[in-house]
Design a protein around this ligand. Structure first.
Ligand SMILES: [Zn+2]
Length: 138
């Protein structure tokens, strides 16, 4: 089995065999942040609860990059996804460029996002179009 690492510490956490994005909901102001900060960026409170974020969100805006960037091959679609918790997450969107529209529903998935030269697989999250009907997983 190859060596695997998560692309950024704290970005994903394992829960019940599943990788989830952990948010932090502040006890003082009630806002949720991602990633988890030591102090609430809205009110500086350090009291709150960590909880997994919703996997399905709504695309706020996106851009398409048509040149290679690092390990990524074009076209690279990336955008801001609004989650029900009030968090706006930046992520790549794995979909046909023509199928991507602002306001569409997207689902967070995890997997290998690039492989280092030494073979280490880097695990991260990305978004794919979410089909409302026939969706049984969540
Ligand atoms: Zn707060």
């Amino acid at each position: 089995m190859s060596n695997q690492v998560i692309f950024h510490p704290g970005a994903l956490e394992e829960q019940g065999g599943d990788l989830v994005q952990m948010g932090f909901t502040c006890d003082s102001c009630g806002k949720t942040t991602f990633p988890v900060y030591e102090l609430c960026p809205f009110c500086s409170s350090e009291h709150g609860k960590k909880a997994p974020l919703s996997k399905v969100g709504t695309l706020f805006s996106y851009t398409v990059t048509r040149v290679p960037v690092g390990f990524y091959k074009p076209p690279i679609v990336a955008g801001y996804i609004d989650l029900p918790e009030g968090v706006r997450i930046f992520g790549q969107i794995h979909a046909d460029v023509e199928a991507v529209k602002n306001g569409m529903k997207l689902k967070m998935e995890t997997g290998v996002i690039w492989t280092e030269k030494d073979g280490t697989e880097v695990i991260g999250y990305f978004y794919t179009p979410y089909a409302k009907e026939g969706e049984g997983a969540e």
